[in-house]
Design a binder for this molecule. Structure first.
Ligand code: AMP
Length: 369
């Protein structure tokens, strides 16, 4: 029985462990934190110790045959040591490119991949120059550890630059031109050990308070736009010499053309629809790519809408009756016991029958009401 090592103990790790167990694999999770509720009782072994703990490193490597990540913000030295000892997919190099906005953007630019105009900034003077280049509407984003709109500030006038610079605490950042997009979409692509690639159907993503709210699949974009996004995702996986699962987020412009927003070197919230609606789930596909198995079919079996269950739906508890009553609502909970307002506690996939989008919006209203 093969044992897969997973760095990170959040919900993506949980869902990977569940698929791994179903497929007869063992899992060892190294959470890097003392708390790892989602993987508690789901991983075969759970190491709740920091990523710089040498004993945890030795134990992890002695137990696993190969390793992967379920979130990208793991210290690079840890990734490199795991890679040198047991093998890590995606590689530390690929993860490091996606970890840091400035490396990611530079990679996109060097490979001629369409993205919003940007400039790297390390000081208020550089911010001023960058604003002259990409303004007047721009977004300042910290280069490291940003997600769900954290570490971001919109700039609409030159007199806001000093305040914007303060709000990112003078950290190395990227100033991006503001994109007037019609919608946001994402593509999950897997690249296997033999270099073959398979992209999943395109998801259309709606956000609520900067956090993913709904993923609508298939995305309501022209076929040409969907094809372009899938082709770019595959090209990125190839250019990165990637092995594993890669998520790519895009802005769709009025012209129908797409711009890459960002990449994540792991399964993605917008890929949860695959769990009930594709021949292969994104987690099974990650496991297949990482463990050197042939990739599975990414065929979509039916239209789906994924609704994220965020902390504000616990008032004080989730109205589960509304979910049980909703036709084709498949509930996935992450085993978290406390509900902060923006916390992701689970999701529901709406499948089959009459309009899945209508049912998703109905259910959401009930859960928030
Ligand atoms: P990010 O963390 O970079 O994915 O940004 C979070 C959200 O902010 C995105 O999903 C967009 O809705 C919005 N956003 C980020 N960058 C831009 C941009 N350059 N132009 C317009 N909206 C943006």
């Amino acid at each position: 029985m093969m044992t897969l090592g997973i760095l990170g103990g959040g919900q993506l790790g949980r869902m990977l462990c569940l698929d791994a167990r179903r497929m007869g694999f063992r899992t060892v999770v190294w959470s890097g934190t003392a708390k790892a509720e989602p993987t508690e009782g789901v991983a075969d072994v759970l190491l709740k110790r920091p990523f710089d703990d040498h004993e945890a490193f030795a134990e992890f490597c002695s137990l696993v045959e190969v390793a992967t990540v379920e979130f990208e913000n793991i210290p690079l030295p840890t990734l490199e040591r795991v890679e040198a000892t047991v093998g890590l997919y995606p590689s530390s190099r690929s993860i490091s490119t996606c970890q840091h906005r400035s490396r990611e953007k530079t990679f996109l630019r060097e490979h001629g991949i369409p993205c919003a105009p940007f400039s790297l900034v390390n000081s208020l003077d550089e911010l001023q120059m960058a604003y002259d280049e990409v303004g007047p509407l721009a977004v300042l984003k910290t280069a490291a550890f940003g997600y769900d709109g954290k570490g971001q500030v919109k700039v609409t006038h030159g007199d806001q630059l000093e305040a914007a610079w303060k709000s990112v605490a003078g950290e190395p950042s990227v100033l991006e031109g503001f994109v007037d997009f019609t919608c946001e979409i994402s593509v999950l692509v897997a690249r296997g050990a033999d270099g073959s690639c398979r992209a999943f159907p395109v998801a259309e993503n709606e956000h609520r308070k900067h956090i993913l709210d709904l993923s609508i699949v298939p995305a309501r974009v022209p076929e040409k736009t969907a094809e372009e996004a899938r082709a770019i995702a595959i090209r990125l996986a190839e250019e990165l010499n990637y092995r594993g699962l890669l998520a790519v987020e895009f802005f769709v412009q009025k012209s129908g053309q797409v711009l890459v927003n960002e990449m994540a070197p792991r399964p993605h919230n917008s890929g949860h629809y695959t769990m009930n609606s594709c021949v292969t789930s994104q987690f099974e596909q990650q496991l297949r790519a990482v463990c050197g198995l042939p990739l599975g079919s990414t065929e979509l079996l039916h239209d789906t809408v994924m609704l994220n269950l965020l902390g504000d739906m616990w008032t004080p508890d989730l109205k589960r009756d509304a979910i049980w009553r909703t036709e084709g609502a498949k509930l996935h909970l992450y085993g978290k016991t406390t509900a902060g307002p923006g916390r992701k506690l689970g999701h529901v996939n709406l499948v089959g029958g009459r309009s899945v989008l209508e049912r998703a919006r109905d259910l959401k209203a009930q859960l928030l009401g």
